[in-house]
Design a protein around this ligand. Structure first.
Ligand code: ZN
Length: 358
């Protein structure tokens, strides 16, 4: 059986300043296309620098105690457009203006102008590089269909559901190509599930299951309230009860969920008893370092409502917007928190930590 509270990440890690000039989060919220942010290098030097940034990200995660690691998405400007811009059917030259995220943000988005088609491997070389630079189990992430639908403008299908299924088929082809290399986990990022619980029930789960069809790796889905928008309280919508009940019916093995920033009640986990839950206990937007004892308490509270062997510990979301030093410190606090929680679970009265008199 797996041990309780295995540590992992959701996906992205901060990029070093010598690799990427990151535009800070402004009052208008996160710029979906990273306008103003750009690579610090071009051509072969950029490729070499990205390789080095992945090596550093692996080192940072392993040193902090993360057990299932990612490449930190060091080669992607955006977790989403890095993939969609490489699929046939999307036009990023002539963008459209669209209110996305349930009308919360006006964005310049790519347009779907024809059938969405997978043109060949997009992340396979990146995953191969990661696997040759670590002996840890690795996770690789892909955007989920509903989030792609919300983040693009449909000029072709005329139906969100039809576009989603076409995206799901293309994502599944990429996932199968990645699966052949043997990653431990393939994760689909569906932050917008939290905004559209009724669509999750209508077609979101069906599209998600299509992405995961036929994979040997453990499959995961990440649902969160997306990057923090200053002045917007979390949770943005109290949708987790409905979403978790729907996700319980899906074929996905693992659910990566945000619990820390909105301080959601761990009793919600009773809605998805069959799933491994990647429990968010690190705030990805606040630079204050969490206390390990408090992390342990949250994990133990979660364990009162879910099989501890099906609980993993992780940040709420990708850590891309933090500084490298803050991300390292938070992951280290996470690992210490899981150690404390594991010890207490084994010996609730805490004798393991006290002097032995017998
Ligand atoms: Zn997220």
């Amino acid at each position: 059986m797996p041990e309780p509270f295995i540590t992992t990440v959701v996906g992205s890690m901060p990029k070093p300043p010598w690799l990427y000039h990151q535009k800070p989060l402004d009052s208008k919220g996160f710029d979906h296309h990273y306008t103003g942010s750009d690579w610090a290098l071009t051509g072969d030097p950029l490729r070499d620098a990205q390789d080095d940034a992945v090596r550093l990200s692996v080192y940072d995660q392993e040193t902090a105690g993360v057990r299932i690691i990612s490449d930190g998405e060091q080669r992607r400007k955006s977790y989403l457009t890095h993939i969609t811009s490489q699929l046939d059917g999307f036009d990023y030259e002539n963008r459209a203006e669209k209110w996305i995220r349930d009308g919360r943000r006006l964005a310049q988005v790519g347009r779907c102008t024809g059938p969405v088609v997978w043109l060949g491997p997009m992340l396979v070389d990146d995953l191969r590089f990661l696997l040759t630079n670590t002996t840890s189990p690795v996770k690789v992430t892909l955007p989920g269909p509903m989030t792609v639908v919300d983040s693009t403008y449909d000029d072709y299908y005329g139906s969100e559901q039809e576009l989603a299924m076409a995206v799901a088929d293309a994502i599944n082809k990429e996932a199968k190509a990645l699966d052949a290399l043997g990653p431990a986990v393939i994760q689909f990022d569906e932050p917008v599930f939290s905004r559209y619980p009724e669509k999750v029930a209508d077609w979101g789960i069906e599209a998600l299951d299509r992405c995961a069809d036929g994979l040997r790796a453990q499959t995961a889905v990440h649902v969160c309230y997306s990057y923090t928008i200053p002045g917007v309280e979390r949770p943005i919508k109290p949708s987790y009860p409905q979403i978790l009940a729907e996700l319980e019916k899906s074929t996905i093995d693992q659910l990566a969920l945000e619990f820390q920033a909105p301080q959601l009640d761990p009793a919600l986990l009773e809605l998805c008893p069959s799933k491994t839950v990647i429990f968010g206990c690190i705030d990805n937007a606040n630079s204050e370092i969490e206390d390990s004892q408090a992390i342990a308490q949250r994990l133990l509270a979660a364990a009162e409502h879910h099989d501890p062997e099906k609980l993993q510990a992780a940040p709420d979301c990708g850590l891309v917007l933090l500084s490298q030093a803050t991300a390292r410190a938070k992951l280290s606090a996470l690992f210490r928190g899981t150690q404390i929680a594991r010890d207490r679970l084994a010996d609730p009265r805490g004798r393991a930590h006290g002097p032995h008199h017998d």
